[in-house]
Design a protein around this ligand. Sequence first.
Ligand code: EPU
Length: 422
Amino acid sequence: MDAFVINGGSPLRGTVEVSGAKNASLPIVAAALLAPGESVLLGAPKLADVSTLGLVLKHMGATVRHDDADGSLHLDTSNLHSQEAPYELVRTMRASILVLGPLLARYGHARVSLPGGCAIGARPVDQHLKGLEALGATISISHGYIEAKAPTGGLKPGHVHFDVATVTGTENLMLAAALLGGTSVLHGAAKEPEIEDLAYVLMQMGADVEGAGTETITVRGNPHLKPFRHRVLADRIEAGTLLVAGALMGEPLTVKGCILDHQERLLHCLEEMGAKFTLDGDSITISRMERPRPIDVRTAPYPGFPTDMQAQLMTLMAVGQGVSTITETIWENRYMHVAELDRLGAHIRVDGRTARITGVEKLSGSTVMATDLRASACLVLAGLVAEGETHVRRVYHLDRGYEALERKLAAVGADIKRVREP
Ligand code: EPU
């Protein structure tokens, strides 16, 4: 198993570039299931999660090829022989559920393993299933699998009402609706930027999508979609993580490839904490802060503060002044990094959904264990600022969603290396 060894205290100087977004790539890879022929995702990040979804498609008979020369991902679903996503793959990545909508729309049936629980929360998929039922699907759960069937003649366009705004749920329904002749309307949809990126892809394929980025999305489907060629949007969570690295150790650090609109809430928080940054096109340059000011943050669906940045901001709060708070409203169990940060000398107490972070002057290096993707990122950030050596173990969690993070950080001055541990 890989670990990172970080010697804290090295300043970060220069420019670091943001990769393509994991959470935009996943639904777009699933969109390749909607049309025979070769679809191409440009700028696809080389991440474990994207490879896993590639394996799900391969398992069904698709050809999947990552071109190392230009980073593009080539997907051809012309000759699928199976419409099943097996447990062995789905259990490692719950977003595999994104194949359900497209398979059902194109083939009239699908068998997808139930994702089950996950470290950060229960992660139910009831809204995905309810939405597909509203388009006429019959769904049963048998032996741990979702067995979904379309009526004779296929799914029918219709109105879907989400009870909670779900990102992948919205995407699953957009994917299904895109292939149906007629108009579907998704009410109570999630508004995350990754949904807009999927809408661009579906439009390029031949569907008409209106309202992506708002809570009502209208999809005028097209039963004859064409393959796509699309450059995925920049990863706002990776960008945010690098910005926090800059706020901790930048002298100064420029993060290039940011979409400024997507960083609005984070930049607002950093500003309140006293950060100094300058904006120039798609670059944000940020410098190290002396003892950030305390703030109170609540995670919320976009455009609120992203739950996926909560752990990283906590590291910055941990070396701030006074008492900051974070209230996590999306996931019920997303504070597993707290005990690990405390091992590095942070002073954090969790009461229900709220974490109280009392800033300390210094963190001190130790061995810590990554428990999920964003928790890993917060521990790496803590290692950059802590005194002495920090071992972050189980970085396979990090590899799910950050492309070569240690190489990117080392290139701007961090003393960080990947090691193999028994
Ligand atoms: N929910 C339901 N029923 C459903 C679906 C969701 O009750 O059928 C609830 C969830 O339990 C949760 C809330 O709705 O409380 C929001 O969940 P959502 O479905 O939006 O999450 P997701 O689509 O599974 C995506 C990202 C997550 C990110 C969340 C929230 C992808 C592949 N994943 O997950 O990203 O935390 O939205 O923004 O897009 C990460 O990248 O580290 C990550 C976990």
